[in-house]
Design a protein around this ligand. Structure first.
Ligand code: ATP
Length: 193
């Protein structure tokens, strides 16, 4: 999957609508301390479904919304749009929006979807909010110090099989539900005899 463009509005320090074109060959973003370089990486994680406060350097979910400065009032919403092209050439526009007091909503190509649909879309393309391709400060030390099970999770995400685990858990839960229904049906049928 190739990420082509990132659009931000009201996300952290990006109060004005801003656009980053991710051209082939882009290998880094430079700028003075505090200008928002890490916020860009966090916006990519966030639109892919990240909710962990640690990973987003935030306290609560709404902390990603521009909080205001001495000169500017806070914003009521934050929106991030990620334009990507899948390996099969399909164009993808993924939108995540959060409004104060109303939580997050996601859209893929204009259609309302669940957070899970977004993370599965990226997991199947061997990427996602925890992709090893997104290297933030301290990440290398974290990989070295990781426990074998954590390292295995990183490898599975890189291999694109993380989505299969989610589907397996879903299938197992449906199976348990069906078994419970069957047992209940047998009880009812025994009662009819
Ligand atoms: P460094 O090189 O120091 O790591 P950086 O370029 O990566 O800096 P970021 O950490 O991405 O910069 O940006 C931090 C800036 O974003 C700070 O000025 C912080 O005040 C601002 N910021 C973060 N969250 C919000 C928010 N919700 N509202 C307004 N500004 C925010």
């Amino acid at each position: 999957m190739h990420f082509r463009r990132l659009k931000l509005s009201g996300f952290k320090s990006f109060v004005e609508p801003s656009e980053l074109r991710i051209e082939p060959g882009l290998t880094g973003v430079v700028g003075p301390n505090g200008c928002g370089k890490s916020n860009l990486l966090e916006a990519i994680r966030w639109v892919m479904g990240e909710n962990s406060p640690k990973s987003l350097r935030s306290g609560g979910m709404e902390d990603v919304i521009f909080a205001g400065t001495a000169q500017r009032p806070q914003r009521d919403f934050a929106e991030v749009v990620l334009d990507a092209t899948t390996d099969s050439g399909e164009e993808l526009e993924v939108v995540r929006r959060i409004e104060r007091g109303a939580g997050s909503a996601y859209r893929i190509n204009g259609r309302d979807v669940r957070a899970k649909d977004v993370s599965l879309t990226f997991a199947d393309a061997a990427t996602g909010a925890h992709s090893p391709a997104l290297v933030s400060q301290g990440k290398i030390a974290q990989v070295i110090a990781a426990k074998p099970t954590e390292r295995r999770m990183m490898l599975e995400e890189a291999a694109g099989i993380a989505g299969l685990h989610v589907r397996r858990r879903d299938a197992e839960s449906k199976l348990r539900q069906t078994e419970a229904n069957l047992a209940r049906l047998e009880d009812l049928m025994a009662g009819l005899d």
